[in-house]
Each structure stands twice: as structure tokens, then as C-alpha cells.
Design a protein around this ligand. Structure first.
Ligand SMILES: Cc1cc2nc3c(=O)[nH]c(=O)nc-3n(C[C@H](O)[C@H](O)[C@H](O)COP(=O)(O)OP(=O)(O)OC[C@H]3O[C@@H](n4cnc5c(N)ncnc54)[C@H](O)[C@@H]3O)c2cc1C
Length: 416
């Protein structure tokens, strides 16, 4: 394989470059329309969570989503609009949200997530410290409905042989290192977390030292296709030739592959984070996921982050203050002893998760082409799955047998 062009300098594009380089590909170019690592991979919660092995498309999600739509402070929102792609996506989501889909996908996601967590540690070993720690993930719940949700997750975890622990109230406080207002919790000791902006920066610096070429502020405007080959990548700064092209452009990926005739069902799902630097004097000693509100709480070494909401609002990054305030208030409700500074002191960030209708990523060749690859659709798992996706991309592009069968991640799975 002589040369590879990667479109997108987020966690997925960078991890793909890392593993392609590790396999001996020496001509790699990573293009980004903005700065490297500034997309959705920048301000997320940083969880590496094997506990998230149940795909988003699961039974019960539709009913809950409909109830949430009526609540302006809920973690879910759809901006009302006439959008055929969105309707098609929702229809496919509804069809995927079945017990059979969960039974089939959860073991594959679990294998991918666990391998990815371990590969991420290997990346840190050769790059630099990005605050990777395996402190587990604690999920406190405040209601019977929340307990029911955790019970469902625990049943799936038991089926898959994943270590998890039911946590009574007094142990909750001990695990969190501070008072948690909840009636119980579920704990996954195998989960880890990292500081996402340091993860992408570490990969960027390391790859640059290895001779990978980076072209930030270079938008890919088109892909020239001759028969089954993509021969040229057109950019805002000229044209590039490549033997292989990997589209890892996150929520923007569908637009790019549409130009070569492939319709990827992908919706951007906006989420927000609030980052406090320096962190408050007292913070939980490990990450939490506040069950009813789906707010993620992550303590970093020099900062503290709250993250959440899922908005299907299209490819736009406007900030809805009401939803941001709901995230802030959720943290106050569950963690009454947390000395949160006023919300005005937080860095408020929005990012677009690339979501497929079945909740699984696409890591595959684009149908009808020989040298165009897709690595996207990671939804809320792009940090968790970055390393293993990079490994899969490198194996597939190198015509090698991937370490985990990527059959469920195929790009032609919506063609029927
Ligand atoms: C609030 C929130 C919390 C989250 N928490 C977690 C978490 O705890 N754990 C987890 O695993 N995941 C989490 N996620 C999801 C995770 O952030 C994403 O899945 C992941 O960042 C996607 O990575 P990516 O590389 O595919 O996309 P991105 O990081 O968005 O990278 C894509 C890049 O492609 C570039 N690009 C797009 N179009 C073009 C073009 N035409 N030309 C050139 N460049 C282009 C963009 O500029 C961008 O930099 C969270 C997301 C949000 C919003």
C-alpha cells in the first residue's frame, strides 16, 4: 500500500493513522477542514466504557424518547423540521430497536470496547500521558425507573460475563469520595477514562514525529471517482492523489460519500459539555453517569467536566442554554456537596456525534468502490472505540484478517 489519505483529524482519523503507520504504511496524509482534533473528539466526556455495550437502538428507547420530547429540560430533543433523511433515519432506528438486535450486537460491541480500552493503553505507552485511568464508572439512580434501567443493563452484563457491582447508598458515597444523592447505583470497575483533547494532541504530535503529513484547515470538497477507484481528493487547497482514501469525517461523513453515490444513513446528534478549569476543590474521585438524566461527570487532573444531551438538530452547533442549564442542575441534584462554580465560569462546548440508525459504527469499504473506506458512526462511543477502529481500518485497508470480525459494521447493511 503506497499512500493513504485520511479525511478527518478526530479520534477516529488519528487512530486510523496510528495503526496504519504501525503496519508500515509510510505515506499517510491527514486532512481536516479545521484544526486537528477540534471536532466532536475535543470536549466530550472521555469515557472508555465497555459498560456501554448495549447499542443506542434498544427496546424501550422509543417510548422514553417520546416522553422526553415533551420535556424541555430532558436529555433528548429533535428540532422540528421537514427533513426526509431524518424521517428515514428515525424509521430505521425504530426497526433496529429490538431485543434481537441487542442480543446480536452487544457481544460484538463488548469485544470491541474491551479491546479498544487495552489498545488505548498501548497508544499512551508510546505517545504521551493523556490521563488514561481505569477507575471504573459509577451509575447512581434516584428513582425506581432508574433502578429498572440499571437492572436491564446488569442483566445484559451478566449474560456477557462482565464484572459489575450493585452499590448500596453508603458504598456509593465511598466510591464517589463524596455525598451522592441516590437510592443506589451500579458500578462497572472495567471502565476507564481519558482527557480527550490530550488524547488527540498526543496522537497528533506522535504521528507528526513519525512523518505523517497533516493538512489542517483543508476542506475536502470532492472525491473524483473513475469506475471503482477514487483517484483524486479535491480540497480547498488543491488536489491530492491517493492509493487509498479513508473517510473519518465524523458527523460530516455522509455528505462526502454521497458524492460517489453511497447514501450513508447518518444523523448528527448534538451534545454539550461544561468544563471548569481549575476544578472545584472537591470533586468525585471517579467518573459518574447520572442514570435518569444521562449526564456524564468526569474529573480530570486539571479540570472537571459535565456532559450530556442528545439533540437531532442537523449539522449545526448552536447552543441551547436551557439544555446546558439542565446538565448543570442535574449535577447539583445528584452531588449536593459539589462546590460547583457559577455556570458563567464554565467553558461551554457543543459537538456532533455521528449516529447510525442501529447504533453501530460503519467500518468498511464503501460499496461499489475498491479503495474508499468509511470509519464513522461511533455515536457516543467514538473515544471508547477509536483505537480498535484504527486497528480494524489498518487491517482492512491492508487486506488482512481483522482481529475482531467486523461483519456487523458493514456499509451495505441498509441496502435491503
Ligand atoms: C457531549 C458529548 C459527550 C461524549 N462523550 C463521550 C464519551 O464519554 N466517550 C466516547 O467514547 N464518546 C463520547 N462522545 C462521542 C465522541 O465524542 C464521538 O463519537 C467522537 O468524537 C467521534 O470522533 P470522529 O473522529 O468520528 O469525529 P470528529 O472528532 O468530529 O472528527 C471528524 C473531523 O472531520 C473533519 N471534517 C469533516 N468534514 C470534513 C471535510 N469535508 N474535509 C476535511 N475535514 C473534514 C472535522 O473537522 C472533524 O475534525 C461524546 C460526544 C458528545 C457530543
Amino acid at each position: 500500500m503506497a499512500s493513504v489519505v485520511i479525511v478527518g483529524g478526530g479520534a477516529i482519523g488519528l487512530a486510523s493513522a496510528f495503526f496504519l503507520h504501525r503496519r508500515g504504511v509510510f505515506s499517510i496524509t491527514v486532512l481536516d477542514q479545521g484544526p486537528i482534533g477540534n471536532g466532536c473528539s475535543y470536549g466530550n466526556a472521555g469515557f472508555l466504557s465497555p459498560s456501554h455495550m448495549v447499542p443506542l437502538a434498544a427496546p424501550g428507547v422509543i417510548g422514553k424518547g417520546l416522553r422526553w420530547l415533551l420535556d424541555p429540560e430532558s436529555p433528548f430533543y429533535i428540532r422540528p423540521r421537514w427533513d426526509l433523511e431524518l424521517f428515514r433515519w428515525l424509521w430505521r432506528f425504530r426497526r433496529s430497536a429490538t431485543a434481537t438486535h441487542v442480543t446480536r450486537s452487544a457481544p460484538v460491541l463488548q469485544a470491541l470496547l474491551e479491546r479498544s480500552r487495552d489498545l488505548t493503553a498501548q497508544i499512551q505507552d508510546v505517545t504521551e500521558d493523556f490521563e488514561l485511568r481505569q477507575d471504573g464508572l459509577l451509575m447512581p439512580y434516584q428513582s425506581e425507573e432508574g433502578r429498572g434501567e440499571c437492572e436491564q443493563l446488569a442483566r445484559e452484563a451478566a449474560r456477557l460475563g462482565m464484572t459489575h457491582e450493585w452499590v448500596p447508598v453508603d458504598r456509593l458515597n465511598e466510591l464517589a469520595g463524596m455525598e451522592v444523592r441516590a437510592i443506589g447505583g451500579l458500578f462497572f470497575p472495567g471502565d476507564a477514562h481519558l482527557r480527550p483533547d490530550r488524547f488527540t494532541a498526543a496522537l497528533h504530535r506522535y504521528l507528526e514525529r513519525q512523518g505523517v503529513q497533516f493538512l489542517p484547515e483543508t476542506e475536502v470538497t470532492g472525491l473524483v471517482r473513475r469506475g471503482r477507484q477514487v483517484t483524486e481528493v479535491q480540497t480547498s487547497n488543491g488536489t491530492l492523489a491517493a492509493d487509498q482514501v479513508v473517510v473519518a469525517a465524523g458527523a460530516w461523513s455522509a455528505r462526502l460519500v454521497r458524492a460517489v453515490g453511497y447514501r450513508l444513513p447518518l444523523q448528527p446528534a448534538k451534545g454539550y459539555s461544561l468544563t471548569f478549569t481549575p476544578p472545584p476543590e472537591l470533586v468525585p474521585r471517579r467518573p459518574l453517569l447520572l442514570t435518569e438524566t444521562k449526564v456524564a461527570v468526569t474529573p480530570f487532573r486539571e479540570a472537571f467536566r459535565l456532559a450530556g444531551t442528545l439533540e437531532l438538530s442537523g449539522l449545526e452547533l448552536s447552543i441551547r442554554q436551557r439544555r446546558v442549564q439542565a446538565i448543570y442542575r442535574a449535577a447539583q441534584r445528584y452531588l449536593p456537596a459539589l462546590p460547583l462554580p457559577p455556570i458563567e465560569q464554565a467553558e461551554i462546548w457543543a459537538g456532533l456525534r455521528p449516529c447510525t440508525p442501529d447504533g453501530l459504527p460503519v467500518v468498511d469499504r464503501v460499496p461499489g468502490t475498491d479503495n474508499l473506506w468509511l470509519a464513522t458512526g461511533h455515536a457516543m462511543l467514538g473515544i471508547s472505540l477509536a483505537a480498535v477502529t484504527g486497528e480494524l481500518v489498518a487491517a482492512l485497508v491492508g487486506e488482512d484478517t481483522p482481529p475482531i470480525d467486523p461483519a456487523l459494521l458493514r456499509a451495505d447493511r441498509w441496502s435491503s
